[in-house]
Design a protein around this ligand. Structure first.
Ligand SMILES: Nc1ncnc2c1ncn2[C@@H]1O[C@H](COP(=O)(O)OP(=O)(O)OP(=O)(O)O)[C@@H](O)[C@H]1O
Ligand SMILES: [Mg+2]
Length: 471
C-alpha cells in the first residue's frame, strides 16, 4: 500500500536522482584526486632521478658507490627522503648500485623498460608484490655523448597515495548513503506535509460519496494547487447539492400536482357510485372526470417534455419557420378563448421574421405566452401579440404584452422556474401547473434565443423572446 503512494514515489525519485548526482560527483572527485596524486608522485620521482643523473655525470664511469648515492641525496634533499628507493643500472641492465634502504632487494626491470630506456625514453610503472604497498618506479636513461651510459631508477612506495584514496573512498562510502538516508527521510517528511491536504479531500469525498452533500473541504491556502483543487471540488459539490435539491423538489411538486386531479377524480367517481343515478347525472360526472383527465394528461405531457429536454434527448427539427405565420395561427386559434373571457386579442407583425427551428415547439412557445396573457388579464383588458424582425441585430422578436394582473418584482425571475405560480390557491381554478414558462424558456434557449419579462403589478406584463434570424 505504502509503496503505491505518491509520497513514496516522489521520495524514491528524489533519492534516486540525488544518488546519481552524488555518486557521479564522488566518482569524479576520486578519479581527479587519484590522477593528481599519481601525477604529483611521478613528478617528484622523476625530478629526483634527473637530479641524480645530473649530479653523477658518469653514474657508472667512476663507479659511484651506494654511499655516493646516499651522499648525493643528502646533499640535494637535505635529509634522505624516506620511502624513496634508488637503483642505478649500467647500459646492459645490470645493477650497479642501490640506496641503502633497498638493502639486497632488487627493483625488477622488464625488458620492455630497458628497450624504452635504450631509446632514450622515460618510463613510469607500478610494481606490485614488493611489500604491502605497490612501488611506483621511474626509469630514466642517462645519455652521455649521444649514447646511453646508464639507467637511474627511483621508486617510491604508493602507501601515501593509496592510503589517501582509500580514506576518500571510505568517507564516500559512508557519507553518500548517509546523505541519501537523511534526504529520503526529509523528502518523505516534505511529501507527507505537502500531500496531507489531499488525504483530507479524500476523506471528505468519501463522506460525500456516502450521501452527505453538505460536507465541504476547509481550505487553508486558496492560492496553491491543493487549495485550487479543493475550491473547485467544493464548487462542484455545491452544484451537485443544488441539482439534487432541484430534482427532489421537482419530483415532490410533480407528484403533488398529479395528486390533486386524482383526488378529485376519485371523489367524483365515488359519489357517482354511491347510489343509482339518471343518465344526465352520469353524463355530468363523466364530463367532469374528463376535465381532470385532460388536466392530468397536460401535466404529464409537460413533464415529459421537460425531462426529455433535461436529458438532452429532445431531437429538435431544424427547418425554416416564419414566426409571423405561426403567430397568426396561434392568434386565430385563441380568438374564441379570448372572446369568452372578454379580452381583446390583437396581432401585429413587422419585417422579416424567418428563423430556423422546430415549428411545433415554436408554436407551443407562442401559445403558452398568449394563453398566459389571456389567463392573467381580467375581462375588458387587452393582449397584444407582436412579431418583429430586426435586420441589424439579425434577430426576430416575439412580444406578448397584456394589461393584466402583472407580476411582483420579487417574483419576476422565478416565473420561469418549474411549478412556480404567483398565487397557487387563487389560480387553481384557471388550471395552471406552473410549467408553461419553464418550457418556454427551454424552447427559446434550444433555439439559441432568450426570454425575458417586464411587469408592473396591476398594470400588465410584457414577455419578450428573441431568436436569431435565419440568414
Ligand atoms: N402574463 C402574465 N401576467 C401575470 N402573471 C403571469 C403571466 N404569465 C405568467 N404569470 C405568472 O407566472 C406563473 C407561471 O406561469 P406558467 O405559464 O409557467 O404557469 P401557469 O400558467 O400557471 O401554468 P401552465 O403550466 O398551465 O402554463 C403563473 O402561475 C402566473 O402566476
Ligand atoms: Mg401558462
Amino acid at each position: 500500500m505504502f509503496f503505491k503512494t505518491i509520497k513514496f514515489k516522489l521520495t524514491l525519485w528524489y533519492v534516486v536522482i540525488l544518488g546519481i548526482i552524488l555518486s557521479s560527483f564522488a566518482l569524479f572527485l576520486y578519479v581527479t584526486l587519484a590522477d593528481s596524486l599519481y601525477r604529483g608522485l611521478d613528478n617528484k620521482i622523476k625530478t629526483m632521478a634527473e637530479v641524480i643523473a645530473s649530479s653523477v655525470r658518469s653514474p657508472l664511469g667512476g663507479g659511484p658507490s651506494i654511499t655516493d648515492i646516499d651522499r648525493i641525496m643528502t646533499e640535494h634533499f637535505g635529509i634522505r627522503p624516506l620511502g624513496r628507493f634508488i637503483q642505478v643500472l649500467d647500459e646492459s641492465g645490470r645493477v650497479g648500485g642501490r640506496s641503502t634502504n633497498l638493502r639486497n632487494v632488487k627493483i625488477p626491470v622488464s625488458v620492455q623498460t630497458l628497450k624504452e630506456a635504450a631509446r632514450g625514453r622515460v618510463t613510469f610503472e607500478t610494481i606490485k608484490g614488493m611489500g604491502e604497498y605497490p612501488l611506483r618506479v621511474v626509469t630514466l636513461p642517462v645519455i652521455e655523448n649521444g649514447r646511453m651510459a646508464g639507467i637511474i631508477q627511483v621508486g617510491s612506495s604508493l602507501e601515501g597515495v593509496e592510503e589517501a584514496l582509500h580514506q576518500l573512498l571510505l568517507i564516500m562510502l559512508i557519507a553518500v548513503p548517509a546523505a541519501l538516508l537523511v534526504t529520503s527521510l526529509g523528502g518523505l517528511f516534505l511529501a507527507n506535509k505537502a500531500l496531507r491536504p489531499v488525504d483530507g479531500i479524500t476523506q471528505i469525498a468519501r463522506r460525500i460519496g456516502s450521501g452527505d452533500l453538505s460536507q465541504r473541504i476547509r481550505i487553508k491556502r486558496v492560492n496553491d494547487e491543493i487549495g485550487r483543487l479543493a475550491s473547485t471540488f467544493n464548487e462542484m459539490i455545491a452544484k451537485l447539492q443544488e441539482s439534487f435539491r432541484q430534482v427532489k423538489r421537482f419530483t415532490a411538486d410533480a407528484s403533488h400536482e398529479l395528486k390533486t386531479p386524482l383526488t378529485i377524480l376519485r371523489g367524483e367517481v365515488e359519489v357517482g357510485l354511491k347510489k343509482k343515478r339518471n343518465l344526465g347525472e352520469y353524463r355530468q360526472i363523466l364530463a367532469s372526470n374528463l376535465e381532470e383527465i385532460d388536466r392530468m394528461s397536460r401535466i404529464v405531457d409537460d413533464l415529459l417534455t421537460l425531462s426529455r429536454a433535461d436529458m438532452g434527448e429532445f431531437k429538435l427539427e431544424r427547418e425554416e419557420v416564419d414566426l409571423s405565420c405561426l403567430a397568426r395561427e396561434v392568434w386565430e386559434d385563441l380568438q374564441l378563448l379570448a372572446q369568452e373571457k372578454g379580452v381583446h386579442l390583437q396581432y401585429m407583425n413587422d419585417g422579416f421574421s424567418k428563423v430556423e427551428g422546430d415549428p411545433l415547439l415554436l408554436r407551443q412557445l407562442i401559445l403558452n405566452l398568449v394563453e398566459n396573457g389571456v389567463k392573467y388579464t381580467p375581462s375588458g383588458g387587452e393582449v397584444e401579440l407582436r412579431v418583429r424582425g430586426s435586420l441589424e441585430k439579425k434577430t426576430v422578436i416575439i412580444q406578448v404584452s397584456d394589461t393584466g394582473v402583472g407580476i411582483d418584482q420579487e417574483d419576476l425571475e422565478r416565473v420561469f422556474d418549474r411549478f412556480f405560480r404567483v398565487d397557487k390557491a387563487r389560480l387553481r381554478k384557471t388550471g395552471g401547473t406552473g410549467l408553461g414558462l419553464s418550457i418556454c424558456r427551454w424552447i427559446a434557449q434550444a433555439h439559441q434565443g432568450q426570454i425575458g419579462v417586464e411587469s408592473l403589478p396591476e398594470k400588465g406584463s410584457t414577455f419578450t423572446v428573441t431568436i436569431p434570424m435565419k440568414d
